[in-house]
Design a protein around this ligand. Structure first.
Ligand SMILES: Cc1ncc(COP(=O)(O)O)c(C=O)c1O
Length: 321
């Protein structure tokens, strides 16, 4: 708060600025520890169960009239709507307390963050809809809906993940020698161009961040690629990426058509969120191009290149300068 005040050199008081503070009600962890930000060791927000911190926060609002917002984001994927609604209730109560202490309607905006999950296991949204969330908020935090304050949300994966997918060419198909004679062993490894540089969470923490993988067979120079349905005879594959370490695998023992060969494609679904944004420079690879597509009125597919890949070595080297 002091930094904002100094930066603005006292000008905020005379402006219609709305600056908010992120608070942390410390509600605990969700199902995925690394996405949990409301536990005692969280680095985010002012931890308000701490009485001294809470008093300090309220004191800021009393002192600075340009402080008008409160923000809470209790976590992502695996936090459940009841927990999200508890976070909202916490900031609504706090907003009312701050208004009382300021003797004015000070809090004009409440930002309840993101946190709604995406379903990485199937095509469906995963047993929830945005209207379910509204219903959970109406039940758990009805006062959020009175019209005296603006409510802001920050949904990430619930909106983004299902609208993106990654296609990666199969560079090599390798047999896996089942030397230990284990029953549940893959038969082949598909070495592709999608690895831990793009699917960082999946490769380093596969139990928490599994992805759905499909395959398409592609005969060069002829018709378009065709979907390799899983009801044809299948093999178990490990799906590996291009990086130089053993854990560079986005799928382990995945069942896909037995006919897959070099030049075919694997497609990783639900990858519109936390994928390209986590791109790493491991092995100095260049990021992939990004295409957007939509259906036209006459039912054709229109494709647009929205982000080119830089194939130049110069671009890669520049990063290391
Ligand atoms: C402050 C904040 N808001 C929103 C989000 C988006 O989260 P989600 O993808 O769970 O909706 C995040 C994710 O890290 C965040 O840190």
């Amino acid at each position: 708060v002091r930094i904002v005040e100094n930066e603005m050199n006292g000008k905020l008081a005379s402006q219609e600025a709305c600056v908010g503070v992120r608070v942390n009600p410390l509600l605990g962890s969700g199902a995925i520890e690394t996405l949990s930000v409301s536990n005692a060791r969280s680095k985010f927000g002012m931890p308000l169960p701490d009485v001294e911190t809470r008093e300090r926060l309220v004191g800021y609002f009393v002192k600075y009239s340009w402080l008008r917002g409160l923000h809470v984001h209790v976590g992502s994927q695996g936090c459940g709507m009841v927990m999200l609604a508890a976070g909202a209730t916490y900031v609504v109560d706090l907003a009312d307390e701050i208004d009382d202490r300021c003797g004015a309607k000070r809090i004009s905006t409440i930002d309840i963050g993101g946190g709604l999950p995406s379903n990485y296991g199937s095509e469906s949204m995963g047993g929830f809809s945005f209207s379910d969330y509204v219903a959970a908020l109406r039940k758990g935090c009805p006062r959020l809906f009175d019209t005296k304050r603006r409510v802001v949300t920050e949904f990430g994966r619930a909106i983004q993940s299902k609208i993106g997918w990654v296609a990666a060419e199969i560079e090599y198909v390798k047999n896996v020698p089942n030397v230990a004679n284990k029953a549940d062993f893959p038969q082949k490894t598909l070495v592709t161009h999608a690895g831990a540089d793009l699917f960082m969470r999946t490769c380093y923490s596969p139990e928490s961040f599994p992805v759905r993988i499909e395959a398409f067979r592609c005969d060069r120079g002829s018709s378009p690629c065709v979907f390799a349905a899983k009801d044809e005879a299948v093999l178990k594959y490990d799906i590996a990426g291009p990086l130089c370490f053993g854990g560079d695998k986005i799928g382990l023992g995945i069942e896909l058509s037995q006919h897959l060969k070099e030049g075919d494609f694997v497609v990783v679904l639900d990858s519109g969120a936390n994928c390209l944004s986590l791109w790493s420079h491991h092995c100095s690879r260049v990021p992939p191009p990004v295409f957007a597509y939509s259906r036209t009125k006459d039912n054709a597919i229109e494709i647009q290149l929205v982000k080119e890949t830089s194939s130049s070595l110069r671009h890669t080297l520049d990063f290391w300068k």
